[in-house]
Design a protein around this ligand. Structure first.
Ligand code: PMP
Ligand code: GLN
Length: 380
């Protein structure tokens, strides 16, 4: 996380997007779509701007968005929430930051599954907490139950779950989730679950951690509108928990951002209330994109995992005789006109098993993906 000067450095995503902009390469690095989401959602934001939703809103978020989140939880998962169980945040990122800052004291331990999304390590460091990574390994990227148990201690304050998982595209099995819940009970730890890819699960239905009754005693669930509606730039997310925990986290949130973009919130409410077919269409379209990129990368000689969910595939360059994906990432614009992210950016340097693997985003137009596939064939 730290640059040569010992300060927080620009994220790998910012660095790789800058590289793509500088070189004109196709950006399969940072996970953002290059196509707009549902028209109705975009129009609803314009409507809100034209109809006076331009000042600070209520601290917990726009009431119609809170209601839409409650309806969405009931419709997709059969989970019943009240208005006091929800807080709107500036993307999942602020939800995570506010939750971690609210609960972590210096020296507390946070268990994460490695590779992990970069913000987890950064916010743990900001809170003075100690990150305890549990390795996930190819091909299935499920945590080993014994290693997970051994990673916990009486100082474990939080277990941070991310399923569907960025960057591996894996989905934690029910058995894995049950095991996490049992360990959290034993250590009296909070479970924080980041489910921003909840609607992008390709071969099965998403089961939220909140569907496990035992988890709800100690759970903060986090999601976001960015991925589901291809509006990553709007930064609208939410957290769900008990009213007591939501109040505790809101107390921190009010000093991070106070409130979030007013006109985007009613527009996300429109999105969450779209008919089921819309969610199916979004999922089918990303599933097709996953297949285009997976085929292309395999043809180019990479060993590619089967992504079950999310925006990304992992491509191991070892079969091409390349063992350092970090060096490859920096040369890829010149070699193939494509940008990707080295998987090592999501793990400690000791994870040598991840060294030759890149993460590529497939949340791009079919045309971009076909072109990337053709260009990557030059690596052979
Ligand atoms: N968690 C994960 C796993 C992510 O991949 C991302 C971003 N792509 C975020 C959180 C951040 O989401 P948001 O943009 O809603 O803050
Ligand atoms: N979550 C996105 C990714 O994994 C990027 C978000 C960011 O740039 N921080 O690529």
């Amino acid at each position: 996380l730290l640059g040569a000067d010992g300060r927080l450095a620009p994220t790998i995503f910012a660095e790789m997007t800058a590289l793509a902009t500088r070189t004109g390469a196709l950006n399969l690095g940072q996970g953002f779509p290059d196509e707009d989401g549902p028209r109705a959602v975009l129009d609803a934001a314009k409507h809100a701007i034209d109809h006076g939703r331009n000042q600070y809103g209520p601290g917990r978020g726009a009431p119609e968005l809170i209601d839409a989140i409650i309806e969405h939880q009931r419709r997709f998962y059969g989970i019943g929430l009240g208005r006091g169980d929800v807080l709107i945040t500036a993307g999942a990122t602020e939800g995570l930051a506010a939750t971690m800052l609210a609960y972590l004291e210096p020296g507390d331990e946070v268990v994460v599954f490695e590779p992990y999304y970069d913000a987890y390590a950064a916010v743990a460091a900001l809170a003075g907490a100690v990150l305890v990574p549990v390795p996930l390994t190819a091909p299935d990227f499920q945590p080993d139950p014994d290693r997970l148990l051994r990673a916990t201690s009486p100082r474990t304050r939080m277990i941070l779950v991310n399923s569907p998982h960025n960057p591996t595209g894996s989905v934690f099995s029910e058995e894995t989730v049950r095991h996490i819940v049992r360990i959290a009970e034993r250590r009296d730890a909070l479970i924080v679950t980041d489910e921003v890819y909840e609607h992008l699960v390709y071969d099965e239905q998403h089961v939220p951690v909140a569907a496990f009754q035992a988890a709800r005693e100690r759970l903060v669930s986090i999601s976001s509108a960015g991925k589901t509606f291809s509006i990553t730039g709007w930064k609208v997310g939410w957290i769900m928990s008990t009213p007591e925990r939501i109040a505790h986290i809101t107390a921190v949130k009010q000093y991070l951002t106070f409130v979030n973009g007013a006109p985007f919130q009613p527009a996300v409410a429109v999105g969450l209330r779209l008919p089921d077919e819309h969610f199916q269409t979004i999922r089918d379209s990303f599933c097709r994109k996953r297949d285009i990129l997976t085929r292309g990368l395999r043809k180019a000689g990479f060993k590619v995992n089967d992504a079950m969910a999310g925006y990304f595939v992992l491509a191991d360059a070892a079969p091409l005789g390349i063992d350092d994906a970090s060096a490859l990432a920096r040369r890829l614009p010149e070699l193939a006109g494509v940008v990707g992210v080295p998987l090592s950016a999501f793990a400690r340097p000791s994870r040598r098993d991840l060294r030759s693997t890149m993460r590529f985003a497939f949340c791009k137009s079919d045309d971009t993906l076909h072109r990337a596939a053709e260009q990557l064939a030059a690596l052979r």
